[in-house]
Design a protein around this ligand. Structure first.
Ligand code: HSE
Length: 307
């Protein structure tokens, strides 16, 4: 067993249009790094957070909150030090809190000799999500820990399925620099939906899952319709309708809100279209003077890993 580890923890996109709180996928090579080492005093200590000003209090930071959940389940009093290097600012909708939650539990599991399975790690990482959004959702931490696309079939009991990743599927993400807190983005949603609306939504979830299995890009695109969450949350995102319409015009298969926003993501078949959409998204926000960062990748088949 080793005493120190360095890991990469990918950014993720949850909901994927129609799958609020159940669908998610990992990005490829975009995310954060974390170094974790054992210490002898039984404490969890965040030595440094590089990149952004985030809480180092172990009772608040998602990495240590999730790590504590794992230690409690293991009955371990081992202490650990953390250095976290973040590349995406919090409140982006790209699963940045989940990257830390999942990264923390993955690193500890490795350093303790892997007492837990990746699925068990999802449950601990969810405690980190609960700390920031008041709800222990798994749609970011599951793809982070398991890689690729995941579906939370059930929360109680927790049942997570991994779905296939079509080879030519690319994702483009734009992150306009306005903060949308997940707690607020959850609060504004309606608590009830009409049956006719629910019928449309679950038809699309089924269609999207089938599209992934069949590598049917058109089916993936036409299933990325969210009639429940997007109509409410899009008002929090500047230029949302404009960017989405233009992405579809440029050939995107589908376009929706990444997690709870404000990032917007689009799926494309092939790199060329994805790149065109990336440039378009950047221009749109530049034109109105809103600072925005754009990203493009394949779907990250591998989740959190040792580097
Ligand atoms: N499924 C969660 C939500 C993800 O949309 O609120 C938060 O990133």
């Amino acid at each position: 067993m080793f005493d120190k580890i360095k890991i990469f923890s990918p950014a993720t996109v949850a909901n994927v249009g129609c799958g609020y709180d159940v669908l998610g996928f990992a990005l490829d090579g975009i995310g954060e790094e974390m170094e974790v080492s054992k210490r002898n005093d039984g404490k969890l200590v965040i030595d440094e957070i590089i990149g952004f000003d985030l809480p180092k209090d172990p009772l608040v930071n998602t990495a240590t909150v999730a790590a504590q959940a794992l230690l409690d389940a293991a009955g371990s009093k081992q202490g650990f030090s953390f250095t976290i290097k973040k590349t995406i600012n919090p409140g982006s909708g790209m699963g940045t809190s989940a990257s830390s939650s999942a990264g923390g539990v993955f690193a500890l599991n490795e350093l303790l000799g892997r007492p837990f399975t990746p699925s068990q790690l999802v449950e601990f990482a969810m405690e980190g999500e609960k700390a920031v959004s008041k709800k222990a959702h798994a749609d970011n931490v599951a793809p982070n820990l398991l890689g690729g696309f995941t579906l939370v079939r059930s929360y109680d009991p927790l049942d997570i399925l991994t779905l296939p990743v079509p080879e030519e599927l690319y994702v483009t993400v734009v992150h306009p620099q306005v903060e949308v807190k997940t707690t607020d983005a959850k609060k504004i949603l309606k608590k009830q939906v009409d049956l006719s609306v629910a019928v449309q939504q679950w038809g699309n979830v089924g269609g999207l899952v089938s599209g992934l299995y069949e590598s049917d890009y058109d089916l993936i695109g036409r299933s990325m319709v969210d009639v429940i969450v997007e109509p409410i949350r899009k008002i929090l995102i500047p230029l949302y309708d404009d960017v989405k319409a233009k992405a579809l015009e440029e050939g995107a298969l589908g376009c929706s809100i990444a997690g709870s926003g404000p990032s917007i993501f689009a799926f494309s078949k092939g790199e060329e279209t994805a790149l065109k959409i990336k440039n378009m998204m950047q221009v749109k926000y530049d034109e109105v003077g809103i600072l925005a960062y754009t990203y493009m990748s394949k779907i990250g088949k591998e989740g959190v890993r040792i580097i």
